[in-house]
Write a protein that binds this ligand. Structure first.
Ligand SMILES: C[S@@+](CC[C@H](N)C(=O)[O-])C[C@H]1O[C@@H](n2cnc3c(N)ncnc32)[C@H](O)[C@@H]1O
Length: 291
């Protein structure tokens, strides 16, 4: 049998993915080949006749077969880039989405002038939000919470990798239950889909992201109720709450926060033009009380 080269493996992988109706066949085949052979895009283009060792070729074939069963590339390679940094994933964590970068950008905007903000990231998953904020804001500290201990372990590994672990605290908590202290910024990308929404998702999401990272109760809004209710007890007077929302949910989420004395400070759109992030502040003279 002739030796496998980068080009022959790429062609084979792309063909298998096209047969499996994977829309991003070319891109996915390339990313998996780069990962399996520990090479980069420039090598694939510039030296396509490079012979690939049997073990790496076998790894690649196995990865392609997983992708034909709609396992996302990020799950197969075990990591995802977020805001220019690499984050390890685990079965307990959501695969961080580019939409969530909107949230990070909004928080950075709000905190740039603050010399040493204290941040609470509720439902941290891989830690993508909190770790990115700490990496961008050298004076900041953060508490990262999740109901999943396994997710917190993954987040702690990511924090070590990005050299921010010394400024982070990890707390297993059902929303605010185990949270102590007050914060300048409370940020969250909570689960916000209803069970019905989840059934209509692509298999890449439905079958691979953990259910408890997705499902937000019968109407998808339960987590906002919990966050809005708890936030007044843990927010400093000039603090802000920043949350990610599902498409078209802005009015309902703003109404929930209004019930607990917050007013909408800003709304930010994602790259597709959907309002993805809402920023709330305590309403002046609005009955917002800290205990
Ligand atoms: C949509 S994911 C967001 C993960 C990460 N922050 C991100 O943006 O990629 C929601 C996260 O909330 C966590 N979660 C779900 N219910 C929770 C609860 N009651 N208390 C705390 N965290 C919860 C999930 O385990 C999951 O990590």
């Amino acid at each position: 049998m002739p030796a496998e080269t980068l080009a022959s493996l790429l062609g084979w992988g792309r063909g298998r993915l096209i047969q499996a109706r994977i829309e991003t066949a070319q891109l996915d085949a390339r990313l998996l080949l780069q990962h399996a052979t520990d090479s980069d895009h420039a090598t694939l283009i510039g030296r396509p006749d490079t012979v690939v060792a049997d073990a790496a070729a076998a790894r690649y074939r196995d990865m392609i077969m997983r992708r034909t069963r709609h396992e996302p590339v990020s799950r197969i390679i075990g990591r995802r880039e977020f805001y220019g940094r690499d984050f390890a994933l685990s079965p307990a964590t959501l695969d961080p989405r580019p939409d969530t970068e909107t949230l990070v950008a909004a928080a950075l905007d709000a905190l740039r002038q603050h010399p040493a903000p204290h941040i609470l990231d509720l439902g941290t998953g891989t830690g993508a939000i909190a770790i990115t904020l700490l990496a961008e804001l050298p004076g900041a500290r953060a508490m990262a919470t999740d109901v999943s201990l396994e997710a917190l372990e993954t987040a702690a590994g990511n924090a070590r990798k990005h050299c921010v672990v010394d400024r982070m605290e990890f707390v297993q908590s059902f929303w605010f239950d185990a949270v102590t202290g007050c914060f300048d910024l409370i940020i969250s990308n909570p689960p916000y889909l209803s069970a019905g929404d989840i059934e209509s998702l692509d298999p890449e999401v439905k079958d691979w992201d953990p259910r408890r990272a997705l499902e937000g109760g019968p109407d998808g809004l339960d987590c906002y109720r919990a966050i809005a209710k708890g936030a007044p007890h843990h927010l400093l007077p000039a603090g802000l709450v920043v949350v990610e929302i599902g498409s078209g949910r802005g009015t309902q989420v703003a109404e929930i926060f209004a019930e607990y004395g917050f007013e909408l400070g800003a709304a930010h759109r994602d790259l597709a033009g959907h309002v993805r992030c809402l920023v709330f502040r305590p309403r002046k003279n609005g009955g917002w009380k800290r205990p």
